[in-house]
Structures are given as structure tokens and as C-alpha cells.
Write a protein that binds this ligand. Structure first.
Ligand SMILES: O=C(O)C(=O)C[C@@H](O)[C@H](O)[C@H](O)COP(=O)(O)O
Length: 391
């Protein structure tokens, strides 16, 4: 059995039974016409003497480049950033380094304003290239700075966390938070290249790594039943960060995201909204907990439980789906409940969700493993019950 061809392009074969054919370097294309770009997935590239061939891939993706601005996570990404810098040609490329503190608090209007000033101060012009090195916070913030400074700079994502590798670095959603709502200000701004080296994961703290697994499991539920089964059988090895299953999980997640984004880049048809499974609840959890108190993936795991309960309650899926999802999240050591969840606080935040259309909230609800639908007109009492089920 192989992955059914869902795109015209040749993509790497990431079927679990042919895991060994997924070499230590593979490439997936996000097909967006003139804005198409590669996701280049490497293992062990950073430690090679040619520093992973990053410079030549950058040249292919970007063309001329004489000024690079590395926007990097102040703590975690320093070594990754250093590897990137060492890979660049020593002559003819000027490198500016801008540091951003880790944590959701950096996705703020204040930090963005400072970043714009820093871009100005280091002589950024429209031929400069922004390289975001870090997790989702850095990628979202740097991407939005790139989208807006001088009306748009070319930009490259070098994700260093699992969550950023499988989700936030791909698809062009960039932005910052408002105190009352996550990612409320932003732009769709596609990168020119996503460069993943799984070696960056070796120093990632366990909690951060595990949090990224929520988004990996999400792909299985929303559109890839075969991948969900693979995860059920291999989750222990993935938690151990065994190289092959981990690389496969990353590649297969990126394929899933690339397919959905290629179908509906700007989230207009509703197809892309499926990537938001669990996020309506998750964003409200993050906002009420206070940004940074809970990691995004942790909130997504709890949000997926609430969404699946809602689906069971409304009769869109059977309870068996929830049982399998709960078991996989548990095996992945992700949280499934949040004792402080308060429907009275969460529902007003959910009402500002970006899937609201004509004043009505819409939820991504599972029908079976591998298939979800967008549902409007959900009675509030069912939403309250879904939240209360996971307190
Ligand atoms: O790429 C998408 O589309 C997603 O919805 C992926 C989500 O996992 C991601 O967290 C995204 O940033 C959420 O976007 P938002 O539109 O709900 O703010």
C-alpha cells in the first residue's frame, strides 16, 4: 500500500513500511505556483564540514543575497544560528544578528516595534533576506516582520523545535498576539525555503519536544489515518527520538501540511481550516492561562480532546475515536485535561476565533480517524459540556 497520489508533484515516499527509503536528506515541495518552495529535511547536516549545504540551497531558493538578517532565539538557537552563519560564504554576504527572547511573550506589538527598529538600524533593504532560527514564536514574529518591513522581505525558516518543524515553519502563517487573542495580527507570507535539521532536536528539552507531538498526532486525525496507525505503533520510539521514526514523522507531517496549504493557501475554501483542529479550544486555553504558562502543543492536545468530545456529543463520530485519540495522547505523555478550564472565560475568547464567519463560530470536528469537517451552529451548551469533560 502506498500513499495515494494527491498532488501532481513527486514527493518522497514516507510510507512506514518503506521507512528505510527515506534517506537522511529529503525534500517536499509546497506547491503554490510562483510562491512554491522546498521543505528540506536533513539529519546530521549541521555537524558536517560543509555545514549541510545550506548555502547552496539558499542560493537556489533565493538567488542573489548580500545581506542576511538572522533573527534567532536568544538562548536555544544560538548553536543552530552559528552553524547557519558558518555555512554562508565568507565574502560578499553581510550578516546581522538580531536576538529575540524565547517564549510566547515575544509575539507582542512591543517586541515587533523594536524589531522593525532593529531592522532599520542594521541597514535592511528590500534585497535583504531574513532567516528565522528558532521555534514557532521566533518564526511567527520574524515572518511577520519580514512580511511588513518595506512591504515585504524574502525569508527563510530554520525551525529548531519539533512543533516549528512540523507545523509553524510551513504554510506562511505569520503574526503576533493581542492580549485578548492569539495570532490576531498577522499576514500570510510564505518563506522561500524551510530548512530542517533533525539534529537541532537533540538538545530540545523533553517538555518542548513532547509538546510538538500534539501537532504530529493532529495530522493523523485530520487527514492521514495510516499515519495515525503508524504513530500508535511507534510513539515510544518517537518519544525516545530514534532517528528513523522521528524523521519519518516529521516528513509525513510536513507532507500533510504542504498538501492542505497547497489546496487552500489563504484559508478561504475552508480546507485549510482543518489544520486548526483543537485550536479553537487551545487558543482560549492559552489566553486564559496567560501566554506562556502552557506550551502551545499542550493546549492543542487538550483542545483536541474537547473537540473530539464535542463531536461525539453531537453524533458526528463514535466514542471509539475519542478512545484512540486519548490513548495516543497519553502514550505521547501529553496532557489531556486542564483543571482550571473555565467555560465562562473561554467562550468569549473562542467567539473571536478566526474561523468565525458571519458572527458564527465554526469548529473542526472529527468524523473518523483521518477525516474532519467544519461545523457551524454548535449549541453553546454542548461547547460547555465539551470543556467540562476535560477539567
Ligand atoms: O497553518 C494553519 O493553517 C494552522 O492552523 C496551523 C496551526 O497549527 C497553527 O497553530 C496556526 O498558527 C494557528 O493559526 P490561527 O489562524 O488559528 O491563528
Amino acid at each position: 500500500m502506498s500513499i495515494p497520489p494527491r498532488s501532481e508533484t513527486t514527493q518522497p515516499d514516507t510510507h512506514p513500511s518503506r521507512l528505510r527509503s527515506l534517506e537522511s536528506s529529503t525534500e517536499i515541495t509546497v506547491e503554490l505556483g510562483l510562491r512554491s518552495y522546498p521543505i528540506s529535511i536533513q539529519s546530521g547536516a549541521t555537524s558536517r564540514t560543509d555545514k549541510m549545504g545550506f548555502a547552496s540551497r539558499l542560493a537556489e531558493a533565493i538567488g542573489d543575497c548580500t545581506h542576511v538578517i538572522l533573527i534567532q532565539d536568544a538562548s536555544v538557537a544560538a548553536s543552530a544560528g552559528q552553524a547557519i552563519i558558518e555555512s554562508l560564504p565568507h565574502h560578499g554576504v553581510r550578516v546581522s544578528i538580531l536576538e529575540v527572547a524565547s517564549g510566547e511573550a515575544s509575539k507582542s506589538t512591543d517586541r515587533l516595534t523594536d524589531l522593525w527598529g532593529e531592522l532599520l538600524a542594521c541597514g535592511t533593504d528590500r534585497r535583504s533576506v531574513v532567516i528565522a532560527v528558532g521555534g514557532g514564536v521566533i518564526g511567527d514574529l520574524a515572518g511577520f516582520a519580514a512580511a511588513t518591513f518595506t512591504r515585504g522581505l524574502r525569508f527563510v525558516q530554520v525551525p529548531t523545535t519539533l512543533l516549528a518543524m512540523v507545523d509553524s515553519s510551513v504554510g506562511g502563517k505569520t503574526g503576533i498576539n493581542l492580549p485578548g487573542g492569539k495570532n490576531m495580527i498577522g499576514a500570510f507570507w510564505q518563506p522561500h525555503l524551510v530548512w530542517i535539521d533533525t539534529d537541532f532536536l537533540s538538545t530540545l528539552p523533553t517538555r518542548e519536544y513532547v509538546s510538538g507531538l500534539a501537532e504530529v498526532i493532529k495530522y493523523g486525525v485530520i487527514e492521514d489515518a495510516e499515519f495515525f496507525e503508524f504513530l500508535e505503533s511507534n510513539i515510544a520510539a518517537i518519544i525516545r527520538r530514534d532517528p528513523e521514526p522521528t524523521r519519518l514523522a516529521i516528513a509525513r507531517s510536513c507532507q500533510s501540511k504542504a498538501r492542505v496549504v497547497a489546496d487552500d493557501e489563504l484559508e478561504t475554501s475552508g480546507r485549510r481550516a482543518i489544520l486548526n483542529y483543537g485550536h479553537t479550544f487551545a487558543h482560549a486555553i492559552e489566553a486564559t492561562a496567560g501566554y506562556g504558562a502552557m506550551l502551545h502543543g499542550e493546549a492543542v492536545a487538550i483542545g483536541m480532546q474537547m473537540a473530539a468530545s464535542l463531536s461525539v456529543d453531537l453524533g458526528y463520530c463514535d466514542a471509539g475515536l475519542l478512545t484512540r485519540q486519548t490513548a495516543l495522547l497519553e502514550a505521547a505523555e501529553l496532557p489531556r485535561s486542564w483543571p482550571e478550564a473555565d467555560p465562562a472565560k473561554m467562550i468569549p475568547i473562542m467567539a473571536r476565533d478566526k474561523k468565525v464567519a458571519h458572527g458564527k463560530l465554526r469548529f473542526v470536528l472529527p468524523e473518523s480517524i483521518g477525516s474532519v469537517k467544519l461545523v457551524g451552529d454548535v449549541p453553546e451548551e454542548n461547547v460547555v459540556a465539551a470543556i467540562q469533560a476535560w477539567i
